[in-house]
Design a protein around this ligand. Structure first.
Ligand SMILES: [Fe+2]
Length: 167
């Protein structure tokens, strides 16, 4: 290492240690935190709709599990976002709200099928996004949080597939 490179490295290290906690968050970390919280909110709202509308045992089991796990995940991810200086979203996206409005308009078997199918598709996406953040994110705490979600997301995917098979 040349003298100039060493000086630059030392300056960079000094900057990094002096930087506020939020400064280290990359755009990808911020996107994952925001999308995860919006996704949690969407799962919670969807589960409440399913519990109000469905009498199907497998669908209700899926909804109860999603409600419990995503309520916990929303609290944890929101706390992490705040700690890192990322403003947590307070609602799911307009497209997510539109999806719930559509599924809410269905009843009986049609509701059960579409709710289960929506949760299968959603959890495929969530698992892929969690692995992307765990692999390519910047802040270790966010990468870890993403990876820690994967077992629950896999469990949800399996329950959604069961709900689909039994509806
Ligand atoms: Fe989930």
């Amino acid at each position: 290492m040349t003298k100039t490179t060493l000086a630059a490295a030392l300056a960079a290290a000094a900057l990094a240690s002096a930087a506020p906690a939020g400064a280290a968050v990359s755009a990808m970390d911020e996107h994952w935190l925001t999308a995860a919280i919006q996704g949690d909110q969407w799962e919670i709202s969807g589960a409440k709709i399913a519990l109000a509308k469905s009498h199907n045992t497998a669908v209700r089991r899926l909804a109860r599990t999603l409600l419990r796990d995503h309520t916990k995940s929303r609290a944890e991810t929101t706390a992490l976002a705040v700690k890192l200086g990322v403003k947590p979203p307070t609602a799911s996206t307009h497209i997510q709200q539109w999806e719930l409005a559509i599924v809410s308009s269905l009843k009986g078997r049609a509701f059960n099928r579409w709710y289960a199918a929506m949760e299968i598709a959603d959890h495929h996406g969530d698992i892929a996004e969690a692995y992307e953040e765990a692999g390519d994110g910047h802040v270790t705490a966010v990468r870890k949080a993403a990876l820690q979600e994967v077992p629950d997301l896999r469990k949800h995917l399996a329950l959604a597939r069961l709900a689909w098979a039994h509806s």
